[in-house]
Design a protein around this ligand. Structure first.
Ligand code: AMP
Length: 257
């Protein structure tokens, strides 16, 4: 497995062959690995990027505390048959000192757009750069971050990128909690509460019903909202931000993409 850290090296290396690509911030778990498995099955070669993007964190504590387990991630990716890892430094990715940024004026506005100002600006900017460097045929995004998936899909179309953006369903633990790198910050009681909430989320059909349930729990609520035929929620347990979403209606998904 090749580990590539420089942009000039990456541009030569990835120009050959047909690559499937997964963008990550590392601290990999089974959720990420589902994306890797799908990419493995659908492409000649697979590249995974590991880059904790300073531009998409609106909370400096969240950025500084983001788990870093690079050696373990490498072992995991190697065992999954990944061909290459791209791990650039922020200086490699932002030679322009962050002067250029990609903004979107519609799908980025609700939900994460309200609660994490600047997050999508940072995310879209880095994803566009990664797609231009690696030029993958197919790019995989998890439905756990559904708004992100939608924005990348629409950005690829808006900028005529030659990559197909493919969604991968949410991977949950055996108690229905969507897997997340941030769970390491939860206590045992916090994890138990998060699992209880996830179970109810999957059983609830309206934003109002789920909001009423959440209000009875010791959590901070960012939002419970319906968009694009899906129900979305973000709440914090012990200060840890947990996301979930699910499809409510058959229509919605296809009509907005
Ligand atoms: P991250 O490292 O959190 O930026 O995530 C990298 C990619 O993995 C994103 O496309 C996420 O949506 C996806 N991902 C993370 N957790 C999960 C999960 N539990 N199920 C499915 N996809 C996930």
């Amino acid at each position: 497995m090749n580990v590539i850290k420089r942009v000039d090296e990456a541009k030569g290396f990835f120009s050959k062959g047909e690559w499937g690509f997964i963008a990550t911030m590392g601290a990999l778990h089974r959720g990420h690995l589902a994306l890797v498995e799908k990419a493995r099955a659908e492409n000649e070669s697979v590249v995974v990027s590991i880059f904790v993007n300073p531009l998409q964190f609106n909370d400096p504590k969240d950025y500084q505390g983001y788990p870093d387990v690079f050696e373990r991630d490498l072992e995991l990716l190697k065992s999954m048959g990944v061909d290459a890892v791209f791990k650039p430094s922020p200086d490699e990715i932002y030679p322009d000192d962050l002067n250029f940024k990609i903004s979107e004026g519609c799908f980025s506005e609700p939900m994460e757009g309200v609660h994490r100002p600047g997050h999508f600006l940072g995310m879209l900017t880095v994803v566009l750069k990664l797609l231009l460097i690696l030029k993958p045929r197919k790019t995989y995004f998890g439905e756990k971050d559904y708004q992100q998936y939608l924005l990348v899909k629409k950005m690829a179309r808006a900028f005529f990128l030659d990559t197909k953006v493919i969604p991968v369903p949410i991977v949950r633990d055996e108690f229905d909690l969507p897997l997340s790198s941030r769970h390491v910050h939860l206590s045992e009681d916090g994890l138990k509460l998060a699992r209880e909430i996830s179970k109810i989320f999957l059983l609830t059909d309206t934003a109002e019903e789920f909001m009423n349930f959440l209000k009875t729990k010791p959590v901070e609520i960012d939002y419970v909202e319906k968009h694009w035929g899906r129900l979305f929620t973000v709440y914090r347990v012990e200060g840890v931000r947990l996301l979930d979403n699910k499809r409510l209606e058959e229509v919605g998904h296809e009509s907005i993409i």
